[in-house]
Design a protein around this ligand. Structure first.
Ligand code: ADP
Ligand code: MG
Length: 254
């Protein structure tokens, strides 16, 4: 049985600089896999290559057995892979509920005839989406803000909204690019707990993050990148105790 996400030999160079060099790893369903590594170690390039924001030079990526290489970004989402971005922007005037419903627009099977006639199919899809949104809002503890304009939320809460917006179409895997970067340290724990609850509800995450403590607390497995290569991987405790990891981060011999 192969894993949900399988990445093999992924490589990418920018003008001769090897940003990603022969990287392989996998993510099992209902797991949280974390990727850490110093700045410039290729973490964002890896996300960009598996989500088709960049074209990999070499390598294979499959999600539930389907190849993602070469698919346009829209098809990547339909295949079941959603991603978030490090720098979050929300529609300030839309409520949290409206933001989540808006996230479903690209996935709506309903066409303009449905819209014009307000068909049963359209009403059912809308009711489903509202139910899904309410469930996600409750899981991350944002019930109080359900109908409030997203503009009043803290940056950390906005990050949570963009995270659950990515979950709206029920993707097989969500890739998070630095979910706590820029978040007030006092709120990082809230995001950690929210993601833990979403995992308990069956969601699968690949998380790239600079905050190693956050990754160690949350993840089932941790992968360490260094200079575009996979330095090591394993359970958080094992990776944490590995002197090569400290060396990569500090650039010194431990
Ligand atoms: P990380 O996310 O781990 O900080 P990146 O994937 O952003 O690392 O960067 C890996 C390497 O690739 C770095 O040397 C970086 O300067 C280079 N790089 C990243 N994106 C580009 C780009 N669009 N053009 C040229 N070089 C890039
Ligand atoms: Mg990055």
């Amino acid at each position: 049985m192969s894993a949900l996400l399988e990445v093999h030999g992924l490589s990418k160079a920018y003008h001769g600089v090897r940003a990603l060099d022969d990287v392989s790893f996998s993510v099992e369903s209902s797991q949280i896999v974390g990727v850490i590594g110093p700045n410039g170690s290729g973490k964002s390039t890896m996300i960009d290559c598996i989500s088709s924001f960049q074209r990999a030079d070499r390598g294979t990526v499959t999600l539930a057995g389907q190849s993602l290489i070469g698919l346009p970004p829209q098809k990547i989402a339909l295949a079941g892979l959603m991603r978030t971005f490090q720098n979050v922007r929300v529609y300030e005037h839309l409520s949290v509920m409206e933001t989540l419903l808006n996230a479903m627009v690209p996935f709506d099977a309903a066409n303009w005839v449905d819209a014009l006639l307000r068909t049963k199919r359209l009403r059912t899809a809308e009711a489903d989406a509202r139910g899904r949104a309410d469930e996600l809002i409750a899981l991350v503890g944002l019930q109080r803000y359900r109908d409030a304009p997203s503009g009043i939320l803290s940056y950390g809460q906005k990050k949570l909204v963009s995270l659950i917006a990515a979950l709206m179409p029920r993707p097989k895997l969500v890739v998070l690019d630095e979910p706590v970067a820029g978040v007030n340290p006092s709120r990082i724990r809230e995001i950690e707990q929210a993601i833990a609850r979403l995992r308990a509800a069956g969601e699968t995450f690949l998380i790239v993050e600079h905050n190693t403590e956050f990754i160690m607390n949350l993840c089932d497995a941790v992968i360490v990148f260094d200079q575009g290569r996979k330095l090591t991987e394993g359970p958080p405790q094992v990776v944490h105790a590995d002197p090569r990891v400290l060396e990569a981060y500090l650039g010194v011999r431990a």
